[in-house]
Ligand binder design. Structure first.
Ligand code: ADE
Length: 251
């Protein structure tokens, strides 16, 4: 999968793309990322990329011309087939389903917004999708772009060693993940739940599923509306709902 990222601050991408899984995915040839500096496409003497807003008001606005020039030059004929995403607090809220959707693409372009905003004609006539990573405002779209790249890359084939790992992820099946433990079996007096040491795979699977249900019910009940649950699991949730607060069933 190939990402073209358009930014005024290419340096922000240096560290994150050169560590851990993102680094390995590039070495494996599963991921490539080209960082393009929008400033290189500003044609005036000072390479201006922002200007005052028409109508007045505070803050600066990213000019449309260097952004159009950069994206058109880099994508060329591929412009008609490549999604062009603008990271923006006004976009649709990013989630795991959108990450899976993006992971099906061969190529994606991401424009990182900066300053107060981006000229509206970029949104109207260049961008095909706007994505927000949460209901808060950052100084720019570079960290959101990295969030998208990270979330999508770990879904690409072979990038995570264990092929099943992404299927158990929190959010993939609208449930939060069950608790995980590793050695030692007892740490500072806190033991690992017996069932995980039992070697009984069906019991372990049942315990994990119930833990996932309980956690989701406690922390993110909004997710349960979308989860695919068996009648027994619905029944279990009803038991949880009926239990006194602070006195929930343990498994
Ligand atoms: N740019 C600034 N804040 C943002 C956010 N929350 N999501 C995406 N892009 C942004």
């Amino acid at each position: 999968m190939h990402f073209d990222v358009f930014t005024l601050f290419p340096g922000i991408f240096e560290g994150p793309l050169q560590e851990s899984i993102l680094k390995r995915a590039q070495e494996m040839g599963r991921l490539s990322v080209a960082i393009h500096n929008i400033r290189d496409y500003a044609t005036d003497k000072h390479h201006t990329t922002d200007d005052y807003p028409y109508g007045g008001g505070g803050g600066m606005v990213m000019k449309p011309d260097p952004i159009f020039a950069a994206v058109e030059d880099v994508l060329g004929m591929a412009l008609t087939t490549t999604p062009v995403i603008l990271t923006s607090p006004q976009g649709r809220l990013f989630n795991q389903a959108i990450a899976w959707e993006m992971a099906q693409q061969a190529r994606l372009a991401i424009i990182c917004g900066r300053y107060e905003s981006v000229d509206e004609r970029v949104r109207q006539f260049l961008v095909t999708d706007q994505v927000s990573i949460g209901d808060y405002v950052l100084t720019g779209g570079e960290l959101p772009a990295l969030v998208l790249i990270d979330a999508v890359t770990r879904l690409l084939p072979d990038v995570l060693g264990d092929a099943g790992a992404t299927l158990d992820d929190s959010h993939t099946n609208s449930l939060l993940e069950y608790p995980h433990y590793t050695r030692p079996a007892e740490f500072r007096g806190h033991p690992v739940p017996d069932v995980l040491l039992s070697g009984h795979h069906a019991e372990i699977a049942r315990w994990r599923r119930r833990q996932a249900l309980q956690r989701t019910w406690e922390r993110r009940p909004d997710l349960l509306d979308r989860a695919e649950l068996s009648p027994q699991e619905r029944q279990y949730l009803e038991e949880l709902a009926g239990a006194d607060e602070g006195n929930l069933p343990r498994d």
